[in-house]
Write a protein that binds this ligand. Sequence first.
Ligand SMILES: Nc1nc2c(ncn2[C@@H]2O[C@H](COP(=O)(O)OP(=O)(O)O)[C@@H](O)[C@H]2O)c(=O)[nH]1
Ligand SMILES: [Mg+2]
Length: 444
Amino acid sequence: MFDFLTKKFSSIFSKFSGNTRITQDNIQEALDQVKDSLLEADVPLEVINDFIEKVKVKALGLNVSKSLNPGEQFIKIVYQEICDFLGGANFVTPSFQIPSVIMVMGLQGSGKTTTVSKIAHFLKDLAAKKGKPRNILLASVDFYRPAAIDQLEILAKQVGVDFYRSNYDKPVQAASDIFKKFKNGQYDYLLLDTAGRLHVDSNMLQELKDIDTNLEPKYKILVLDSMTGQESLRVAKAFDQVVGFNSAILTKIDSDTRGGSAFAFKYMLKKPIIFLGSGEKVEDLELFYPDRMANRILGMGDMLSLIERAEAQIKQDDKERVTQNFASGNFSLEDFADQLKMMGKIGSLSKIVQYLPGMGNLNMTPEMVEKSELEIKKFKAMISSMTLKERVYPKVLDASRRERIVKGSGTSLKDLNLLLERFEQSKQFAKLFNKKGGFKGMFK
Ligand SMILES: Nc1nc2c(ncn2[C@@H]2O[C@H](COP(=O)(O)OP(=O)(O)O)[C@@H](O)[C@H]2O)c(=O)[nH]1
Ligand SMILES: [Mg+2]
């Protein structure tokens, strides 16, 4: 993993040659680079300056370690600091006591209704895995936007949980009526969707405060749209001051790869981010892992999330074989083809690309995506034209074998060279992965 970062900060690392120590002079440029990355990620300047100062103090006071060069040490400090800011070692899987009311709040369009159904799906799934079925009720007091309640009803059906529509049309009365239904129906969870506005608005906050006073929900979750950058910080502060909340969920991280809002939120509000919304479907909810978010912010991509996403959709035996080969370094073109197939199963390339190291900041145009998807198609065709031996030992690929494969797959020698080059890169990554003791060991 260090190596991906090293690439990003390579021009700076070249200045730290040999046994150079980190000093006032040579650290400045590196700090500027970090500052630029965070600015790009839309982190507020006051947060950045404070953060940079902390990194600087740590870096200058560092004991020189023999195993890492100063550049690597510097990056390790930056990574560690970001991790700490994001909640670091304190990560726990969110859990909700039963019975409980979970109230979901946020601005209009932030993704509240979608998120309510995602949480319901998450709780239902978790309960099924543990063999303890839970009765979940979804309801809404969003009378502000027409059809908002219908949307929730549809989603509830999709997830397979109960939905209740109150006959009252005033939020506070409706909330009390919904609460009665929850009690009488002996539900384990009530997920209450609420009304938002386009901007922070005192009527909206007062309404939420009244519902809060009446129902005393055990959990109040704020939904924040990660695409709104610094604005989401102002929203969070306003909700916190008037209504208060326990935790936040950051949505639409599939369209915002920068993660700056997560950084700023944690830094300023010091409350947990429990989930990330990563798509429009009910299953597009991910746990918030501080270390992975740190990787993403630094542009290392989020290989682990990608792998997890793949894991959910790939047959166990396939997965085990590929993982084993990957970890043992016996990584063949056959495995590479399997990887490509898995990618096919996890979604479109544009979605995958944002998780890959070094590609986080890449804005893929539709043309680029199309080109890459065509490339992958060709890769698959070429690999299927190879014999098993060729897949396992690509070194045997002499001129005549190459010609045969190219003909057989309707591709060109240039395509084949590109495939071998990509395969070599993947193998290098596998080696690195192995050497550092897997992802988890990389920063220990
Ligand atoms: N790409 C993406 N879209 C999302 C996500 N969460 C919500 N949306 C979309 O954002 C829009 C607004 O969501 P909605 O739940 O209706 O927001 P609400 O007004 O806060 O209830 C809808 O089109 C959702 O499909 C997410 O995590 N990723
Ligand atoms: Mg809604």
